[in-house]
Design a protein around this ligand. Structure first.
Ligand code: CAA
Length: 389
């Protein structure tokens, strides 16, 4: 039985900051950010968007009567969850009106959570072929103003429906994974910004890629020539290119050119969004699928990396007419309708936060075009609205 990605939804908040202007404000050469890091714009979430609302807005695009009836498992992958106990998925379950007899959980392993969810979803579908699983990947990446990691922040979500006979991509059974206890990036429960050893995290990303790629090839008997494209977890777009370059020599000149071209296309969305942690790899995949017509039957490689660290290399095969099931116009509109923030306004938005002392607050959602918004906090409980209801 084929199991894989049946639908993909995506959401970004309404604001962004231009990396050239951020570079100027931070006293660095713009090329360091646009070429050295490889980012053009960074998505910024207003206070009315959190990982729950971003995920719910991403999922809204892909739900229809059939999926509402069949989704019986919701898995929410996030690094920036809003509660240390309750799953962010339970809020989304309610906001989307999913059926009550569903399981809902949150998955955590830095940027790897959504990949774990997809692999678990495959098992669920294998046992329950009529079911569909909603996998949510949603994060607001925060390192703090004036930190080295600041230029690799971002905000956004990807929602995937995993099912039997998927219409977009069937996942291969073979995958290679690795766990190693390292402190390259982490976020203690008392901190709302990540701690990171930037250089070490880059080294480990590349080392994990090298190891899982080698193991994947051994397990599968496949080689670089079997891939139409390889998509990467992209904390910033330059790093995936560095990883790709480590294996390019395994292929002929034609294979190398094809993989470099398709890598570039897979980074176009990420360049304009920034790091969205768990969703980042799936944004790379979406960027490629939305912006290039690839042949059905083509194999796409996927490298997932979650600091701390877990890495996985897996793959999938594009299905016939897969482009008919993408929401390309909607994604184009999301990008076109964003508003640029000056650096000083971005700093204000970044520093706005909900109270943590038990006091209640209402936030104004009038200027937020998103259907699903956070409206405030009341007695430590986040309040949400779906304006479409
Ligand atoms: N023109 C062109 N390039 C320039 C330049 C210029 N004028 N000035 C500098 N550069 C280049 C540098 O040569 C360098 O390129 P190389 O990496 O190819 O050498 C690049 O710009 C970045 O320069 P630095 O290394 O000096 O930058 P930095 O010290 O400010 O830190 C960073 C960069 C480590 C990525 C930092 O932003 C950071 O810590 N980010 C967060 C951590 C992160 O994203 N890690 C990725 C792996 S971990 C992971 O994947 C999980 C996750 O999501 C966090």
């Amino acid at each position: 039985m084929k199991i894989g990605i049946d639908k993909i939804g995506f959401y970004i908040p309404q604001y962004y900051v231009d990396m050239n202007k951020l570079a100027e404000a931070r006293g660095v050469e713009p090329e360091k950010l646009t070429i050295g890091i490889g980012q053009e714009k960074m998505a910024i979430a207003p206070i009315t968007q959190d990982p729950v609302t971003l995920a719910a807005n991403a999922a809204l695009q892909i739900l229809d009567d059939e999926s509402l009836e069949k989704i019986d498992f919701v898995m929410f992958g996030t690094e920036s969850g809003i509660d240390q106990s309750k799953s962010a998925g339970v809020y989304v379950h309610q906001l989307l009106g999913l059926r009550p007899d569903a399981r809902t959980i949150e998955m955590k392993q830095a940027c790897y959570g959504a990949t774990a969810a997809i692999q678990l979803a495959k098992g669920h579908i294998a046992l329950n072929p009529e079911s569909k699983v909603l996998v949510l990947a949603s994060d607001i990446a925060r390192y703090g103003l004036h930190t080295a990691g600041e230029v690799t922040q971002g905000a956004g979500a990807v929602a995937l429906i995993i099912s039997a006979n998927p219409r977009i991509m069937a996942l291969d059974d073979i995958s290679a994974y690795l766990t190693k206890d390292i402190m390259d990036f982490w976020r203690p429960t008392y901190s709302d910004v990540a701690f990171v050893d930037g250089k070490f995290s880059n080294e480990q990303y590349l080392a994990f890629f090298g190891q899982v790629w080698k193991e994947y090839k051994e397990k599968s008997g496949l080689s670089i020539a079997d891939f139409e494209a390889i998509c990467y977890h992209l904390p910033y777009t330059k790093i995936g290119l560095k990883a790709l370059r480590t294996i390019l020599e395994e292929g002929s000149t034609d294979v190398q050119e094809k993989l470099k071209d398709n890598y570039h296309i897979s980074t176009l969305y990420g360049r304009k969004v920034g790091n969205i942690y768990t969703a980042s790899l799936y944004l790379s995949l979406l960027s490629l699928l939305d912006q290039k017509e690839l042949e059905a039957g083509a194999r796409i490689g996927l490298f997932s990396y979650g600091s701390g660290a877990v890495g996985e290399f897996f793959s999938g095969i594009l299905q016939s007419n897969y482009r008919d099931f993408l929401k390309i116009d909607h994604h184009t509109n999301l990008f076109n309708n964003r508003t640029e923030l000056s650096v000083s306004k971005y700093e204000m938005v970044f520093e706005e936060s909900l109270p943590t002392d038990g006091s209640s607050v209402d936030v104004d959602t009038t200027n937020d075009p998103a259907p699903i918004c956070l409206t405030g906090i009341n007695e430590h409980m986040r309040q949400y609205t779906n304006k479409n209801k």
